[in-house]
Each structure stands twice: as C-alpha cells, then as structure tokens.
Ligand binder design. Sequence first.
Ligand code: FRU
Length: 495
Amino acid sequence: MSQVLRDARRYEEEREQFISEDERPAFHLSARVGWMNDPNGFSYYNEKYHLFYQFHPYDSHWGPMHWGHAVSDDLLHWEYLPAVLAPDNSYDRDGCYSGNAITLDDGRQMLMYTGMVYETDENGERRELQMQCLAFGDGLNYEKYEHNPVLTADDLPEGGNKYAFRDPKILRQTDGTFRALIANDVKGCGGQMLVFRSDDALHWEYSHALVKNRYRIGLMWECPDFFELQGKHVLLGSAQDMIPDGLEYHNGNGTFYMIGSYNEETEQFEEETNHAVDYGIDFYAPQTVLTPDGRRIMIGWMQNWDTCNLRTESIPWYGQMSLPRELFIKKGVLYQRPIREFDAMRGKATTYKNVKVKDGVVTLPGIDGRFIDLELEISATNPKEEYRKFALRFAQDARFHTGFSFRPHESAVKIDRKFSGSRRAIIHQRRADVAHRNGTIRFRLILDRFSAEIFINDGEKVMSATIYTDISADGISFFADGDVTMNVTKYELKV
Ligand code: FRU
C-alpha cells in the first residue's frame, strides 16, 4: 500500500472521531471526514452493499480525489471502511475520478476508474488529462493494475477530447465479455457515451458511440449508467452547462435519463424519451445497483456543483448521498420510490383524514418533526372548483421554513428553501410540471437533518434539496388559497 493511501486511511480514522452524530445526517451517507462527491462503484459484493465515493479527506472542499468506502446490509445504515484508492501513481497522481465495480469470475472485485493528471496544453492552459485504470480487491483492500492505464487518449475515436474522457461503467454481456460505457466530449456534439469492449476485462478497445448529445442536453456528459428495466433499457447521465427547456431540466449541472430499446446483437440503443432524473436542487451523478432480489436501486450525490463552494457555515464534512431509490417504469416514465427497507425505519404514525384547508393555514397536533416520513394526499374539496394554491411548510419556526407548493392551474410544484438557513445567494427554488386531475396530487416528504426529498405522485417526479435549518425548527403547516381536502400521515423515523 502506498504512503499516500496509508496517510489518508490514518487521517480519516483519526478525524472521524471529532464529528459527532448530531452533526451528520441520521440516515444519509455523508463524507467520513472532509469532502464527498459522486457515488462510485455502487455494488453488491460478498453479501454486502458497497458504496465508494469521490473523497478528499483533508478538506471540506474538492481536492485530489481518493475513493472513500462504506458498506451496508440495508443501504440505510452504513459502516465506513478505509479509503481504497489514493492519487499515488503517474497515471492518477492528481485524482482517482469516478468509476464502477464488477465481480470477476475468480471472486475478486474489479474497480474501473478514471485517472487524472494535470498537463499544460499547447495554449499554456492547465488541463485534466483523463484515462481509464483498474484495481482489484477483496472488498477491503485494492491493488492497482500493473499495466494501468488500460485506456488512454490514443484509444479515443476521431475528435474525442482527451481532457473529457471519464467515469467508466462496466457491464457484462451475456456471452461473458465486458463492455465499458465511458463519457466523452466531442467537438460539435458535446457529450457522448462511448462503448469499449474487452474479452478479459484487461485489454480494451473502442467499439462505438451508444448515444450522442448533439447539444440537446447541456454540453459535456458525465457519469453514465446503463441497465435493463422491465424489458426496456435505461441510460442515466449527468450533464454540464444545461439550459432549461420549460420546466424540464434547469440551468447548470443536472441529471437525465433516457428510456429506449437496446439490441444486444448490434449493441445499438434506440432512444425513446429523455427527462430529468430529479427536479430539485441537489442531485447529481447517480449510480445504480441490482439487488440480489432483482431490484434496481439508485443513489445520487445530494449536492450541486454550482452551490458547493458557497457555504453557509464551516462543517468538518461536506457532501451526502440521496436516499437509495428503487426504479421502475410506468407509462414511459422512470419512477423512483424510497427502497422498501426504509419502511422498517418508520415508527409511530399520526393520521388525519379529510382535513379541510380553506383560504388559510392549518396545523395539526402531532404533525411535526425533523426526522419524518410524511404522506399527503390533497384534492379540491369541490371537484368543480379548482383551488389556486396549496402549500406545505416544514422545518418551520417563527423565522424559518422550507416550502413545497402546488398550483393546479399551472400544473406546477415548487420547492423553496429561501428560509432554510442559507446565507448565500445560491439557488433556492426549483419548479416542476405535474400532471393532475381536479387538483388531486399525492406526495411523500422524507426529512433528515440536512435534507428534504419529495416524491410526487408515487415517485413520478422527485425533488431533492439540502437544507441548513437548525433542528429545533420542527413545525409543519398547511396552507390553501381555495378549498382543499387532505389526508395526511406522519411517521416518526427511528433514527
Ligand atoms: C462528476 C465529476 C465526474 C468526475 C468527478 C471528479 O461530478 O465531475 O465526472 O469523475 O466528478 O471528482
């Protein structure tokens, strides 16, 4: 093991002790210490879920990337393990970037990741040269492959940008051969997801482009994932520098999914639709894992590149993962719902049925809290009379609240965290389209210490946002402009 990795391991173990439980999310994975971004190598290996992550232990800001490591039995309670990769070789000395994991036939786990080294280009600019590397391990310790890197700029097709060639996702074909789907940027097109093939997982060659952006969704693409789901294939990606298209996508970095059909023989993907994965403020670079019982579970980095350098407060860690979400397709849409393991965290329930909220604010005894799972169904009291607005406020006290509202005539929901403890001019609001009939909409809010995730209409759309409100602000209220009837159930979470 290199000294660089040994130092990182010692540092994270020593410093972790200085972060108390109540400074962290209760059930979302956060950086063990320092900085976390993308989930990496999300896998099920040796009877545990493994989640690695982009990790800079020495600072709560992005820096030379390591791979942090955590394991779990239920995807909700995580145990930190020592970091597995450090930037310690000629091909990754400035960073071990995102990548994925696969189990080999001999029982070892193989990681494929992007090595990054800075170089100065012909214009004298510092650029990130990116190449693909391997490491082999047993779920605890990993050794980098002696012939790294296995894919470099020389392997790129015509026009492929060597400074934007990253985030391999490894796939196994039914004939046992391997594929790696890797994000790249090409002049006149923006992002593309390239397929490389290998018979032995060691020797790789370029095959073809699976999907090209053609500047439809942002510029460069990152972090591909690709899997079969209910007879269709889904491509997940993260796009940089997006421009919104109505309420679809938003400015800056964001996620997208494409649903289509995939022909195993020709290895061509026929795209049918594309949409954002999450319509909130903080969600990026998701990866998925297939559970032993066949569910496809996704986790994303619950942060946002545009705001992560505008901090409200100094904390000894930065960056957390979203709740693990099960994916399924319904009527051509990628639905998400909190994994069913999460139900075991539900404690005491408080339910109200047919509560009228009419032209004003309602609060209900027992409907409050900061570690909660709240289910809400609202509809117009008189189906012939549309209400103008319904709003839920949570994490609320006299000064603070986070808002979620719905305006039926606009068919739009909005999350608003202006009053959620932030002191910076960061993004505070996002909106999304929601189809409805007579103003009927269902949603589910899951609140942890530093986050809110809202699943709309059983997961048809999701909005995630981090919040920084003091935990003492635990009020909840309901507001209607018009006449609304609602059913509400709140579960306290056993954290
Ligand atoms: C996405 C990303 C990846 C890259 C990593 C670097 O958030 O930019 O493309 O591998 O972060 O930390």
